[in-house]
Design a binder for this molecule. Structure first.
Ligand code: SF4
Length: 332
């Protein structure tokens, strides 16, 4: 799929991958810093360039309803198409590619994924995988053919056509919904809200697995009213069974605000639970109760989580509540 077109001035090229629609001059790059105008086309300068990879618990993505308790080979690169003031991975998302960076061909990555015992598949994560599009799709196709699953942890800031191609090869998405306010997106991320909502709707309607994460920042997106609107929108447009992770913010990158109070996260969880069946708290060490899965019908605890340790306390092999037989998870 060609992800660019010529501008009418015949010099600049328009990137069609994400809603920024960057017009890139010869030798230059777009907002993400990694898609470049070279030799008369837009190409990916970080193809195969790895910032880090390793076997992670799938709960760390976070994905709680997709092969719970397994591990997944997680891989990332450099760069991002958003510029969040509070980025928790800014050292790779907002930095240039270092000279010593390593390269990994898709065949080699998949070979390592197959060799890793108990591995569910590949997770594209750490920096923003949307901008790594060609490498992600090449690896994911190979991984699927080898019987592995593919996961993407993304900001969801992508155009419809490339997202449709990703949906063909990615089995599970965790999409960041950073706030439920366009003002927030404009002020703190350099992007806009609507394309992210469109991506969530598209993934939800595709039948691929979807979970959503919102990082709660004190004073910026932590009102009960905003969380009520966000969770109602998710229920109406993606389904009340879509898991929502409310993650606690710690000072990072350009922001020095104190960490989000634990009480705020707990209060917002209650608000979101008015509309959604599965709302989890994250980034709260020592407070594991908020990460357990409860049956939405009989309220039995069906999965207990302590850190990244997972115990199925009331879930059948088919992902149903063992007390009342309600379906909790499709992917086991
Ligand atoms: S992917 Fe990069 S170059 Fe393309 S439109 Fe988005 S920010 Fe611009």
């Amino acid at each position: 799929m060609q992800l660019w077109e010529k501008h009418e001035d015949e010099r600049r090229l328009r990137c069609l991958l994400c809603p920024h629609s960057c017009l890139i001059t010869p030798g230059g790059s777009g907002v993400c810093g990694v898609r470049v105008n070279r030799n008369g086309e837009v190409s990916l300068s970080t193809y195969g360039i790895i910032s880090g990879y390793g076997l992670d618990p799938i709960e760390k993505k976070p994905l709680y309803h997709f092969f719970p308790g397994t591990s997944i080979l997680s891989v990332g690169s450099y760069g991002c198409n958003l510029k969040c003031d509070f980025c928790q991975n800014y050292h790779i998302s907002q930095s240039a590619v270092p000279d010593h960076s390593r390269k990994l061909a898709p065949q080699e990555l998949v070979r390592q994924a197959l060799a890793a015992g108990g591995n569910t598949g590949l997770a594209f994560t750490y920096n923003e995988p949307v901008i790594w599009f060609e490498y992600v799709t090449d690896c994911a196709r190979l991984a699927s053919a080898a019987g592995l699953r593919n996961v993407m942890v993304t900001n969801g800031y992508i155009n419809r056509e490339p997202l449709a191609e990703l949906i063909m090869v990615i089995d599970a998405f965790n999409i960041d919904l950073k706030a439920f306010s366009n003002d927030f997106y404009r002020s703190y991320t350099g992007a806009t809200l609507q394309p992210v909502l469109d991506a969530i709707k598209m993934v939800a309607s595709s039948g691929r697995h979807l979970e959503i994460t919102t990082l709660i920042l004190p004073g910026l997106n932590d009102s009960a009213e905003e969380m009520r609107r966000e969770s109602q929108w998710i229920a109406e447009n993606a389904g009340r069974g879509v898991p929502l992770h409310l993650s606690r913010y710690f000072p990072m990158h350009k922001r020095n605000d104190p960490p989000t109070p634990v009480e705020t996260i707990l209060k917002l969880k209650e608000v979101a639970e008015e509309s959604l069946d599965f709302v989890y708290t994250g980034n709260m060490p020592g407070r594991d109760a908020g990460s357990d899965t409860l049956c939405p019908f009989c309220r039995a605890t069906v999965v207990r989580r302590s850190g990244y340790a997972v115990t199925m306390t009331g879930l059948t092999d088919g992902g149903r509540c063992s007390r009342c037989n309600v379906e909790i998870m499709k992917w086991m």
